[in-house]
Design a protein around this ligand. Sequence first.
Ligand SMILES: C[S@@+](CC[C@H](N)C(=O)[O-])C[C@H]1O[C@@H](n2cnc3c(N)ncnc32)[C@H](O)[C@@H]1O
Length: 282
Amino acid sequence: MPADEIERYYDRNTDLFLRIGASSGAHALHRGLWGPGVRNGRQAADYVHGLIANEIRAALPSPPRKILDLGCGVGGTLFHLAEAFPNARLIGLTLSGRQIELARGLAREKGLAGRCEFVQGDFEQVELDTRADAIVAIESYTHATHPEHFLETCDRHLADDGRVFIADDFLARDIPASDREGLDLVDRFRTGWNLPALGTLGAFDALATHAGFERAATRDLSDLIRTGRPRDRLVGWAATAARRLGLGRQPFWANVIGGDALNRALRTGRIRYCLLSCSRST
Ligand SMILES: C[S@@+](CC[C@H](N)C(=O)[O-])C[C@H]1O[C@@H](n2cnc3c(N)ncnc32)[C@H](O)[C@@H]1O
């Protein structure tokens, strides 16, 4: 899907996604992770932020001065990292003008407008004239039409000893032609959520190597995602009904159908949700 269509998709649906998501207060457009001690949707949405902050502390020689979020949504990740790293400046990039408007408003409300900047642009071609110590991308990498361009952007915008942190879905393995159900689930997820770059970790590694990166660490977080809640069953019924009624082209229903396919693919181990930490190749 071209960038202008993804832009329209998020311009039209961000308010809805924030309303129906269970992450109230975390300002997140990503899935919750129910790690140890997590009690509610907000903590679940913030859990990945805590993991990334810890990974940044462990990987960098000193606290980051600049953090760049490629595909920043409405800024939830940067607001969390701004608290974790009080001396850092933070830049968020998103295609969606509506997200920029919401993110800037939230930054003002939180007194973070002086440190958090939000820029509208395409992470496949942006030139920001800055180098960050940490680049983060939560559930945005898989939207890339040309993931190699996303990685080239990381290369141009990362300090020499910086790190790239990507939290996203990956195929556990290439789905064989004999696995009709698997092919169908992956196709529904990829189409419904607009994810051309959804692929295996092996495919990611090949692109990363080409762009001068290597995967330094990988955490499989799939088991922390809840896929059997009453709301997931409701989504399952709604998705089945929407498919029967041929509603898959409408963004809301495409999202429901894609979300149900994702849940099924996670439950059956065909998709894994991973946090990658990438450094420049040695
Ligand atoms: C699922 S949302 C995740 C948002 C945010 N990372 C979060 O976790 O709340 C995907 C984000 O990626 C952004 N995105 C997708 N393709 C992009 C591109 N080519 N350039 C910039 N942002 C993009 C969308 O605008 C949206 O903000």
